[in-house]
Design a protein around this ligand. Structure first.
Ligand SMILES: *[C@@H]1O[C@H](CO)[C@@H](O)[C@H](O)[C@H]1NC(C)=O
Length: 304
């Protein structure tokens, strides 16, 4: 985007790329109504607003309350608050299987979480299991739709029953189903299961269905590349996310799956790119490439 940056923020804008790996117990992958407000990850820019007049804080507050109020009507909204050069743009997306009241209670939790976890940063994304919200100052560096953000890789397939090839075949079939599902439907959301493999795909509400198909395809490929033969995984890209989970005894039904999942250790990785002006884009691309090479390399030695 070619828009000018707020002069007060400019000296502080620099490229930052951070990556955090944490180990946590897993939560159920098959979505249940009860768990949709679980925090999955946060991405906070490391610059705060330079805001002596309080105008950014006010714009952020207005943006949040505007988005929260829209979430009681629709599952996606994108809006901008304030005047250039202090404008902030943001959006939320609810998971396609949430009711409007679940959507609004999910999105409604985010302003406080964002304030607590990120504070007054110039850009942030809070991802809960049922919804996410992201915002940025207008003019913030744009990343591609398929920019990798976060992953959770479950335990490896060899620990589960069944042969590897069989599992991989089922998983591929489930992935294809989901890709076709988001392309052929109108909701940019798909869940289904194929022979004990549960799969979910969700795209951001302003995407065309074919863009959505391409995005989830990239996410599935990332799952294969980065999570190997994990029996479950979640991959979050900038504008879409996917998850899958293999249930050797059959996919539990949504209404009865709560609390029955076995605990397993999963590896979670966050790589949120936050940046400054477009001129720095090239450096960012180089850094990301380097980062992804390093990550792939280190990923081979971790987690199993
Ligand atoms: C909202 O949509 C506008 C216009 O398409 C876009 O410029 C802006 O970046 C979007 N906001 C976010 C947070 O993606």
């Amino acid at each position: 985007m070619g828009l000018p940056l707020p002069p007060k923020a400019s000296p502080l804008l620099s490229v930052s790329l951070f990556s955090v790996t944490i180990l946590l117990g897993s939560f159920p992958f098959a979505a249940t109504a009860a768990d949709y407000t679980t925090l999955v990850f946060k991405g906070c820019a490391d610059q705060k607003f330079q805001d002596p007049s309080g105008v950014y804080s006010q714009n952020l507050k207005n943006l949040m309350s505007n988005l929260v109020s829209q979430s009681s009507q629709k599952s996606f909204s994108n809006t901008t608050s304030g005047q250039d050069p202090n404008a902030i743009t943001g959006l939320y997306q609810c998971r396609g299987d949430l009711t409007t009241s679940q959507c609004s209670s999910c999105v409604g939790k985010i302003p406080d979480i964002s304030d607590k976890l990120c504070g007054k940063t110039i850009a942030a994304r809070i991802q809960l299991s049922g919804c996410y919200l992201r915002y940025e100052i207008v003019g913030f560096k744009q990343v591609s739709d398929t920019q990798f953000l976060y992953k959770v890789c479950g335990s490896s397939q060899s620990q589960a029953s069944g042969t590897g090839r069989e599992f991989e075949g089922r998983r591929d079939a489930a992935f294809n189903m989901a890709e076709d599902g988001v392309k052929s439907g109108s909701s940019l959301f798909y869940t289904g299961d194929y022979q004990s493999v549960y799969v979910l795909g969700q795209c951001e509400g302003d995407m065309a269905t074919n863009e959505c198909g391409d995005c989830v395809k990239t996410a599935f490929q990332t799952a294969k590349d980065d999570c190997g033969d994990s029996i479950s995984a979640q991959i979050y890209l900038q504008k879409c996310y996917i998850s899958y989970s293999y249930y050797p005894n059959g996919v539990p039904t949504v209404s009865s799956s709560s609390g029955t999942g076995t605990k397993q250790h999963t590896q979670k990785t966050v790589a949120i790119a936050v940046g400054g002006v477009a001129a720095l884009g090239f450096i960012v691309v180089c850094l990301m490439f380097l980062k992804s090479v390093l990550k792939k390399r280190s990923g081979k030695h971790e987690g199993y």
